[in-house]
Write a protein that binds this ligand. Structure first.
Ligand code: KG4
Ligand code: ZN
Length: 338
């Protein structure tokens, strides 16, 4: 039995969790900065980093308290090493390295995207069979990854411009909704009723890539039109366009790559329409779809512990970790090859 305490601070959540054997969550604490960033309608990196500094120690303490544990029960410490906002990452990464050094524990620098994918292993449901195709859709990333085995991925494609979550956030801003944009756009879309308007889809045929900036511009033009449709219809058309291209292209790639299942992950995986469209498109092909519960789709540290568990073998001593930081290339380390 291996118990990992993980810290996540790549963006706007300060999080810590205790997870046993990469699956059983003993505690999972997330301190959100959403209210802080709602004031500016988006994340100011320096503000995020300073808030991580305030929150990281209380959040780690809470994770141990919730787990009814002392440091004696912890076997290894992990932290998100990237990708993310550098000032934000440094806070969690250095807190984790300091703790590992003080406790003489192995330290596992962990990839945030791999963390999102591994959220599908948390809990006591069936384990996803491999090889799998993983669609990671978050505020910073839209990536299609072929997961051959634990810790070995090939990147098949991704967004050429805005990430899917970023598109939700920008459209929310165009519609005068709050930050983060996904949930309010989705709620507005759900009130659309029976009428429909249609927005374009960028298929980028022959590739596993996406593009969402044209869609965002189409929303901008539609909003500005004289006699523009009601905002709920625009939100509905936007959400449908995103869900349709994500689900259709992922299902096609899953069939082509002959994978045993599809894994959805990242903040946008909390979106009900994205979830259901992906299940529909893959269901027709008989390909099972795994999606974490919504609270494990958005950033959290349990997913980082789940990914770290798969890299116990490449844990470093905390003293070595003092040297590895400047040259750390976690994407290379976990074998996500382009
Ligand atoms: O994975 P995440 O928490 O942080 C990053 O790693 O970026 O993803 C945050 C993104 C934001 O862009 C947010 O608007 C989006 O996920 N999001 C959603 C929903 N919940 C969060 N997008 C669509 N529908 C949702 N229900
Ligand atoms: Zn994330």
């Amino acid at each position: 039995m291996t118990t990992i305490l993980a810290i996540e601070s790549s963006c706007d959540e300060t999080a810590a969790a205790v997870v046993v054997d990469g699956r059983r969550m003993v505690s999972n604490v997330v301190a959100s900065q959403i209210e802080l960033h709602a004031v500016t309608g988006g994340i100011v990196p320096e503000v995020a980093a300073r808030q991580h500094l305030r929150a990281v120690v209380p959040v780690v303490r809470q994770a141990l308290t919730d787990a009814s544990m002392t440091w004696d029960g912890i076997d290894a410490i992990a932290a998100t090493a990237g990708p993310g906002l550098s000032g934000a990452l440094v806070v969690g990464l250095n807190a984790a390295r300091g703790l590992a050094f003080a406790r003489g524990l192995p330290f596992i620098p962990t990839d945030h995207i791999e963390g999102h994918v591994c959220a599908n292993w948390l809990g006591d449901g069936d384990e996803p069979p491999l090889p799998a195709l993983a669609l990671v859709v978050s505020g910073g990333h839209t990536e299609l990854l072929l997961m051959h085995e634990d810790g070995r991925f090939t990147r098949l494609g991704g967004t050429r411009d805005d990430a899917a979550g970023e598109a939700f956030d920008k459209v929310a801003r165009l519609l005068g909704l709050g930050y983060p944009g996904g949930p309010p756009v989705s709620r507005l879309a759900a009130s659309a009723g029976k009428h429909r308007v249609r927005l374009p889809r960028a298929w980028l045929r022959g590739t596993d890539d996406w593009s969402f900036s044209g869609l965002k511009s189409a929303v901008q033009r539609m909003v500005a039109e004289p006699g523009a449709p009601p905002q709920a219809l625009i939100a509905d058309a936007f959400e449908e366009s995103v869900a349709d291209v994500l689900a259709t292209k992922t299902a096609r790639a899953a069939e082509r790559e002959d994978v045993r299942c599809v894994l959805l992950a990242g903040g946008v995986a909390a979106n009900a329409r994205v979830r259901s469209r992906l299940r529909e498109r893959c269901g027709v092909l008989g390909i099972p779809v795994f999606i974490p519960p919504p609270e494990l789709c958005t950033d959290n540290a349990a997913m980082i512990a789940a990914a770290a568990f798969r890299h116990l073998g490449s844990a470093v001593a905390a003293t070595d970790a003092l040297d590895v930081y400047p040259t750390l290339a976690p994407r290379m380390r976990v074998g996500i090859t382009r």
